[in-house]
Design a protein around this ligand. Structure first.
Ligand code: FAD
Length: 415
């Protein structure tokens, strides 16, 4: 049986109808609302708050037993809820202009104001990334409190069986039918299936004839091929600041060697841009002249090379790199080649760690299908898509939540 939270009582305006005419037919509860939102994640809750504040009667149907589960595990439990330097270029989409309007109308400062109104302590960690001092629970509490104040009903454990459109949208669940002239799909992406991710959003978009951009896991560790794995993965745990590039994008952040491949912020960032069977290029010592000390050494030999590389790269990695790339001699030409190799390690990943480890899903509902102002479908009036289910993916660093807040607010204000 579905449980309503934070408002526990059944919907004010519920009426009872009979399903079918047979003797075994059971009564179905029919709940009428101004708007039904599917998914009580970041985007769905923000949308509900904005619509509720405007006097709309809003129901949020959530499959899980609590709201905002992904928020709870985000940012290592401290929710990196926004980024001070949020700009459209921090988002990946087939249409890089689509996100601009919503992002401009709900800025990081708007969410920060909300956080401050709820007296939630926070700090800037690095690169404009804002995290809770205590825990992500603070952000979920904030959203639930705002929902309660706006009269929003969050119905947990909702098993959505069918969505159809007659005069209104009808969402059939185990606990009854929800009717509304407006349906907002905020069911997120496919990452972390064990938290309850489903393809419902994409399925609904297809059902209503909308285009989907191919989905793939992103902000995800990359797997090395057999050879590279044999050569480097025993160094698991070693990390270095690198500049990694692919598909005309590059990121200068930390890279971490794992038991199966590469991770760390630099790799997670580039995973969004990486496509199967292509390579990434890693500058292991960005902006540094690694072989200068060898060239200037009294004697150019392996000891001088080791000391030079160990001065720039992590010790164990430097030793391994030299074992695998030992120059044939110590001429300027050989050293130039060694310098070049350090600045351009070309790696062809064998794959990614998949949706189980991905923070987000790239692709989704094609932005051509939606109004960039309101997130409403161009084909189906009254149908909205917000958050990660849309083909807009933020970089690592609080940008995905900012998109969830901004797209949720854009839709919520239009209901
Ligand atoms: C481990 C991890 C850490 C992250 N950390 C950060 C971070 O610190 N900062 C940041 O900006 N981003 C972070 N992200 C990304 C961020 O969590 C998402 O981009 C964001 O939550 C997307 O919001 P959303 O509302 O679109 O989707 P979600 O938050 O995923 O919400 C979708 C909701 O819909 C529900 N749902 C799904 N299917 C159904 C169905 N069939 N019926 C009913 N309900 C359904 C889900 O249970 C869920 O509650 C992280 C992601 C992960 C996995």
């Amino acid at each position: 049986m579905a449980r309503a939270c934070p408002v526990q009582s059944p919907p004010r305006n519920a009426i009872i109808v009979r399903q079918g005419l047979g003797r075994t037919s059971l009564p179905i509860m029919v709940h009428k609302f101004d708007a039904v939102i599917l998914g009580a994640g970041a985007a769905g809750l923000m949308c509900a708050i904005e619509a509720g504040k405007r006097g709309r009667r809003v129901a949020v149907l959530e499959r899980a037993d609590r709201a905002g589960k992904k928020i709870l595990i985000s940012g290592g439990g401290r929710c990196n809820f926004t980024n001070l330097h949020c700009r459209p270029e921090h988002f990946y989409s087939a249409n890089p202009h689509f996100a601009k309007s919503a992002l401009a109308r709900y800025e990081p400062s708007d969410f920060i104001a909300l956080v401050e109104r709820h007296h939630i302590p926070y700090h800037e960690k690095t690169l404009g990334q804002l995290f809770c001092d205590r825990s992500s629970q603070d952000i979920v509490d904030l959203l639930e409190t705002e929902c309660r104040a706006a009269g929003v009903q969050i119905i947990l454990n909702s098993n959505i069986q069918e969505v159809r459109r007659a005069d209104e949208f009808i969402v059939r669940t185990d606990s009854g039918e929800f009717l509304a002239p407006v349906l907002v799909v905020a069911t997120g992406g496919l990452s972390i299936p064990k938290l309850g991710a489903t393809s419902l959003g994409y399925d609904l978009a297809r059902q209503f004839g909308m285009k989907i951009r191919e989905t793939r896991p992103a902000l995800v560790p990359l797997l090395l091929g057999t050879n590279d794995r044999a050569q480097y993965c025993d160094l698991a745990g070693v990390s270095a600041e690198v500049e990694v590039s692919a598909d005309h994008s590059s990121f200068r952040e930390k890279m971490l060697i794992t038991h199966r491949g590469l991770s760390g912020p630099a790799i997670l960032q580039i995973s969004t841009y990486w496509r199967e069977q292509t390579s990434i290029r890693i500058d292991l010592a960005p902006g540094r002249d690694v072989t200068l000390p060898i060239r200037e050494a009294k004697e150019r030999n392996m000891a001088a090379a080791r000391s030079a590389l160990q001065g720039t790269l992590p010790k164990r990695f430097a030793t391994r790199w030299l074992d695998l790339h030992a120059p044939p001699d110590w001429t300027n030409r050989a050293l130039e080649k060694l310098e070049g190799q350090v600045h351009e390690w070309v790696v062809e990943p064998a794959g990614t760690e998949g949706y189980e480890k991905a923070e987000v899903t790239v692709g989704g509902v094609d932005t051509d299908e939606l109004s960039s102002k309101t997130m409403e479908s161009r084909r189906v009036p009254g149908l909205f898509f917000i958050g990660e289910v849309v083909d807009v993916t933020g970089h690592l660093g609080g940008f995905n939540f900012q998109w969830a807040w901004a797209s949720g607010a854009a839709a919520g204000r239009a209901l």
